[in-house]
Every structure is written in C-alpha cells, then in structure tokens.
Design a protein around this ligand. Sequence first.
Ligand code: NCD
Length: 332
Amino acid sequence: MNLGDPVENLEDEATLQLDSNGELRHLLTLKGLDKVILTQLLDEAEHYRTAPGSLPARARSLEGRTVGNLFFEPSTRTRASFDLAGKRLGADVLNLDVNTSSRKKGESILDTIYTLQAMQVDFMIVRDAGAGVPAYIARHVSDHVSVLNAGEADVSHPTQGLLDLLTIRLHKGGFEELTIAIVGDVQHSRVAMSAAQGLQTLGVAELRSISPAALAPDPENVPGARIMDDLDDGLRDAEVVMALRIQRERIGNLDGIPGIDEYFANFGISEKRMQVAKPDAIVMHPGPMNRGIEIEGTLADGPSSVITEQVTNGVAVRMAVLNRVAKTMGTR
Ligand code: NCD
C-alpha cells in the first residue's frame, strides 16, 4: 500500500507512543515499553478478571468516550475483545464495517480517520495489512485521540503479546526461570514478535523459536531467541509451548513450505510430542487454530491447554490498555 509517507522504523514507534511524561498515549508496539509499564498493565488486567461463570468485571472509567474499531483485515476475537472491553468500561463502541466503508471507494485511510475524529471518536483501534499504518495514523491524529494497534502486518500485535504475558504469569507466577517454545510460522507472525519483545523485557531463562527453515524468523525480529528446527529439541523441558498458524496469506512463495501431513508430522504439537516438555507445561495458541496442522485437536481441548483462558485474558488486557491510555487523554 502506498501511504505517501515512508514506513517509520520501530524505534520511532516506541517513542511516538509515549507522551512527554513517559506515559502511554498510544499503544503501537511492546518494543521500548519498560518492565514497570508492562507489569502495571498486567496487574491492572489481572484485576479485571473474574471467576469463570461469574459476571465480567465492569467499570465506568470510559463513560462519555468513544472507541472506534477499524479492522481492515479479518478478525473475530480481537475485534470482539476490543468491543467488549470498551463497553465494559462504559464507552460507546463504533464497529466500522470495512466492506462498506469509504476506504473501499478509494478514500485514504487518513480521510477515514479525520471523519471519525470529527465525530469525536477518542480511540482508533486499527488492524491493517500494511506495516507502519498504526504509527502513520498516530502521527496525524489530534491531541485528544489515541491509536491502539490491533495487528500490524507481520510486524506486531501488542495487545496479543500482553494477553500472552498475562496468561503465562497467571500459570507460572513469573518469567525468569521459564523456558518458552514458540512453534510454527514464526517468520510471518506478529503474535510471535510481540510476545518475544515482551518476554525479552521481562526476562526469561530461554526463549526458543522452532520452525522449518523456510518459516524461521530473522533473528533480529525475535530478540534473544534461540532459533531451532527440531521439534523434540525445541520442546524438551519447556514450561510454555505456543503454537502458531501458518500465515499463508502472508507467504508469497509457498516453495519450501511443507504440505499439511508433513508439517503436522514434523512440527505439529500433539500429546505425544509434548511428552518431552515439562509435565506441567501449558499449551497456548492465539487463534484461529488449524486443528491437525499446527496443533492436535485433543491437545487443544485437553487439560494443559490454556487457549480459551487466553481469550478471557484478552478482554482484561484490552480494558487495562484502554483505561491506561484514557488517563492521559484529559491532560494533552
Ligand atoms: C492472530 C492475528 O490476527 O495476528 N490472531 C489473533 O489476533 N488472535 C494470529 C493469526 O491470524 O494467525
């Protein structure tokens, strides 16, 4: 996509999201967010969790505010999660139907943003296939508006990263002693990038990235990770295993990508393959899941799986982020 603007580098995004007091104004990336901010966001999110079966947490802190969901790529859980997070904090939530939006008629993304801004939308929740789009929007919005990245190309997905961190912390108590294995198409996964950035800041014993060579990431994109290509070695003694979908829509040339059966045989996470991991290891997946390709159905539904908890934690994390960013809104 031609935005008429150079794609910003990630250092820029990290600076741009903080105001002059170092407070979170936008959420564009987990890169550059220090341990204190990450921990405070996780603490607040934890506070929004309620016991399964009970009513969800509610607050009125966003009353009078408007959250706009602008998802220019498919989404089920992230969009629903932001929608519920906004409503449970008392905000009005506007879900833009991108298939009928003026952007389809050639309107530039900024004109769409300015239109929503004129309707006093305070939060722009943006998912887009173009790298740099959330930062580009953040550079152009009015002072009172905040931009939250809900999935940026293969670059980052910071609220997913936070919900993964929260899920790990709730099960394992902390991070320092952990061996964490991320398995699958790490190269094209914004989920893996954000998780790696957050885990790097919080400090883990070992982070492993396990994939076939054709799907292995650029080491620079998964800071501190050990890049591996053997599943048994990668799962050995791991406490946390995160399976990822093959992002076929982001892979131009499928040469070198194994077929489904071969992929499952070599890189699919199953109850059998998990036997080399720690006995109390948890199994994660950001969804959407392809059962029988990257993960065995019985494992996904079994006792070690925390996949549905990740979804619950996603709403709590998004409530924490909205609330945190809202605090700086009156002061700009
Ligand atoms: C992921 C995404 O869209 O980045 N899903 C999600 O947000 N939970 C992962 C994917 O599409 O595979």
